[in-house]
Each structure stands twice: as C-alpha cells, then as structure tokens.
Design a binder for this molecule. Structure first.
Ligand code: T5A
Length: 212
C-alpha cells in the first residue's frame, strides 16, 4: 500500500466535515489524488446503515449499535479504502474506528478491549497513518451541531445529539484518552479559531507527519 489514510475525529459539531472537505481540496491543490469518505457511509450498505443508526426513533442495544458501525466500516475498508490506498491515493475519512471506541466504549460503556478486537476484525491491517482529533468544548460543539440539524428539521430524531451533554463529555474524554495512548498516530487539534485556522493547523500536522 502506497497511499495515506487520514482520519478525522471528534464530537458532534467539532467541524470534521468542514475540515475533511477543505483538507481534501488543499491536498488536491498540492498534487495528491485524494478520496474523501465518511463513516458510517460512502458505500451502499454504509449509507443504509447510516440512516438506521442516526434514527433516534429506533431502539438499538449498545452491542447491536457497535456491530452495525463495524459492519459499515468493513464495507468501507474493503470496497473503498483498500483499493484507493493500493492505487496510491490518499484517503481522508470523516470518522473511523476511534469513534466506536469513544461513543460505544466511553459513551455507552461497552468494553473497550472487546471493541478493539472488533476494529481488528473489521479493518485488519488498514489503520490510519494519521488521525486528526478536533477537540472542541462540548457545549459549543453540541450547539453548532444542533443549529445545523435544526435547519434540516432532524433535531428530534438524531440518536446521538439527543443523548445530551453528559454523554458527549464522556465521549470527548474517551477521544482524549485514546490520543494520549497513541501519540504517534493521533494529533489533537484544539478548535478555538474559525474553520480556516483549524484547517491550517491540520495541514501543518499532515506536513509534519509525511514530509520526512
Ligand atoms: N458514531 C459514528 C458512533 O457512535 N460510532 C461510530 O463508530 C461512528 C463512526 C454520525 C453519528 O454516529 C456516531 C457519531 C455521530 O453522532 P455524523 O453526522 O457523521 O454522525 O457526525 P456528526 O459529528 O454528528 O456531524 P456534525 O456535522 O454534527 O459535526 P462535524 O462534521 O464535526 O461539524 P461540521 O463540519 O458539520 O460543522 C458544524 C457547524 O459548525 C460550523 C460549520 O459551518 C457548521 O455550521 N463550523 C465552525 N464554526 C465556527 N468555527 C469553526 N472552526 C467551525 N467549524 C465548523
């Protein structure tokens, strides 16, 4: 595999989708062939599971939720990520397996070691070369996310936004704990300025990681 896999992580409203799109543009401008993907999603199975997983009117046991995210992930790895990396493309993915560790492990209370085994089954040797963790104040992130979904008329139904602040605090702490455990892979980007400033920080992290 000659391409690079970059995942972008963080809680709701941290700016992941915004950064993924702008980072992809900037990397393309500097001559890379880049595939931008999202999780769950970016395959027919993944997009179908995304609709199910985000629908807060459907009850799911925590382990069911974890299996569905891993199923969507396996499809993404096998059908999109590995072929792209083999061709030498760079892949920017909006969320990857750290989200399951943080949300289903730290948020829902599932055993983190078990989840790590599930990640290995779903992804094999396909692990991110670099993970950018966008770390935002929980209340600010939740308010940004809600202002977007309110516009789409979805607020009442989104499974994770309706969990509220205490759940997202645990998820945020989970992400930071994963970052402390894997400092070589994960760079924490504090989200304090506007989107362009955050993108610049991400680009610097990418350059530092891959320039040598
Ligand atoms: N999930 C996912 C799990 O539980 N387990 C898993 O394994 C996986 C993969 C997916 C849901 O599934 C859960 C997590 C999620 O709840 P999603 O839609 O993919 O849902 O993810 P969300 O985090 O919900 O997406 P959001 O759109 O809410 O957040 P983003 O992508 O972080 O934020 P973004 O870029 O859309 O920005 C939100 C708003 O803020 C503005 C943007 O313009 C936008 O209006 N903004 C900024 N404003 C000021 N300053 C900045 N720096 C800004 N950056 C963005």
């Amino acid at each position: 595999m000659t391409g690079k896999l970059i995942s972008i992580e963080g809680i709701e409203g941290a700016g992941k989708s915004t950064v993924a799109a702008r980072l992809t543009d900037r990397l393309r401008q500097s001559g890379h062939s880049v595939l931008e993907l999202r999780e769950p999603g970016s395959t027919p199975v993944g997009e179908t599971l995304r609709t199910l997983l985000k629908d807060g009117t459907i009850r799911l046991a925590p382990l069911t939720e974890a299996f569905l995210f891993e199923a969507a992930r396996h499809e993404l790895v096998v059908r999109r990520i590995r072929p792209a990396l083999t061709e030498g493309q760079w892949v920017v993915v909006d969320r990857f397996y750290d989200s399951t560790t943080a949300y289903q492990g730290w948020g829902r209370g599932l055993d983190v070691e078990m989840l790590c085994r599930m990640h290995r089954d779903a992804c094999g040797e396909t692990v991110p070369d670099l993970t950018l963790l966008l770390d935002i104040d929980t209340a600010v992130g939740l308010s940004r996310a809600r202002s977007v979904t309110r516009g789409q008329g979805e607020t009442a139904r989104d499974r994770f936004e309706q969990e509220g602040i205490a759940f997202l605090e645990r998820v945020r702490e989970g992400f930071l704990s994963i970052a402390r455990a894997e400092p070589n892979r994960i760079v924490v980007i504090p989200v304090t300025g506007d989107a362009e400033m955050v993108v610049e920080c991400c680009l610097r992290a990418v350059e530092e990681k891959f320039s040598s």
